[in-house]
Design a protein around this ligand. Structure first.
Ligand SMILES: Nc1ncnc2c1ncn2[C@@H]1O[C@H](COP(=O)(O)OP(=O)(O)OP(=O)(O)O)[C@@H](O)[C@H]1O
Ligand SMILES: [Mg+2]
Length: 244
């Protein structure tokens, strides 16, 4: 079966600094794949490149990205998102002065969804009951985990085929992160595939099917979650230490 996402030979360079070095990564259809690595390993550079984003100094990006067998190379981020490749970036900017409902409404469902599902407001509130109670609260009043839910909910309105999640653990407890990932796991049955980026691997490991370990921009190890669990390099990465 055609993978949901297939990236080949992805390299990202900031001037002379190579942040991502010829990375190949595959997300199977209806799969949940994790990318873990220490601070600065190149995780954000990688997912930003997949989504066509280039924040800050414009990086040089090479390689090929295919979504459901269709090439995304050279397409602007909003065009990739419209086709179903949707990034929830690290730091997940939600607007502090807008309410939860207004933040969600900023994402307009695409006109052509090609068999994908664009979540309605009611569906998002059913998935995240905490948000339903806070729909009229301003973004600035929310906890880290509620902000994360808004960012994910907003992405779901775009009818993603593949959701790229960059460090959803930031600012929330392991328990709430687990709850969020379990919610996403349920959506996989509805046709979603997820690429999850995390510095800390512990809470994600039980939920992902496969795991890639990124070290200094390179894939140091990858495999099914079950076999990666005991990899000593993974333990090091999960402690947030930079491998020597
Ligand atoms: N805009 C930029 N300009 C120059 N160098 C950058 C830029 N963004 C990232 N880098 C460098 O690229 C490397 C990878 O950074 P990146 O943010 O992708 O890592 P990360 O794995 O996401 O780290 P973290 O876990 O802290 O989010 C680092 O050495 C970083 O300093
Ligand atoms: Mg990052």
């Amino acid at each position: 079966m055609t993978p949901a996402l297939q990236a080949t030979g992805i390299s990202v360079r900031y001037g002379g600094h190579v942040a991502v070095d010829r990375v190949d990564i595959t997300v199977p259809d209806r799969g949940m794949v994790g990318v873990v690595g220490a601070n600065g390993a190149g995780k954000s550079s990688l997912v930003n490149a997949l989504a066509g984003w280039s924040p800050g100094d414009r990086p040089t990006v090479r390689g090929s990205v295919q979504l459901g067998g269709k090439r995304m190379d050279g397409l602007a981020p909003h065009r990739r998102a419209r086709r179903g490749l949707v990034l929830v970036p690290q730091g997940k900017a939600i607007f502090a002065d807008l309410t939860v409902a207004e933040n969600l409404a900023l994402m307009r469902p695409p006109l052509r969804k090609a068999g994908r599902h664009a979540f309605s407001m009611d569906e998002i509130f059913a998935l995240f009951p905490r948000l339903a109670n806070r729909r009229n609260h301003k973004g600035g009043m929310l906890t880290g985990s509620e902000r994360q839910m808004v960012a994910v909910g907003r992405a779901l309105r775009a009818a993603p085929r593949v959701l790229l999640l960059d460090e959803p653990s930031a600012g929330q407890t392991p328990h709430l992160l687990h709850e969020l990932l379990a919610t996403l796991r349920r959506l996989i049955d509805a046709g979603l595939s997820v690429l999850l980026v995390e510095q800390s691997v512990r809470s994600a490991l039980e939920l992902v099917d496969a795991l890639y370990l990124l070290e200094r921009g390179k894939v140091a190890a990858h495999g099914p979650a079950g076999t990666m669990r005991d990899d000593p390099r993974l333990v090091e990465a999960s402690l947030g230490r930079v491998p020597s």
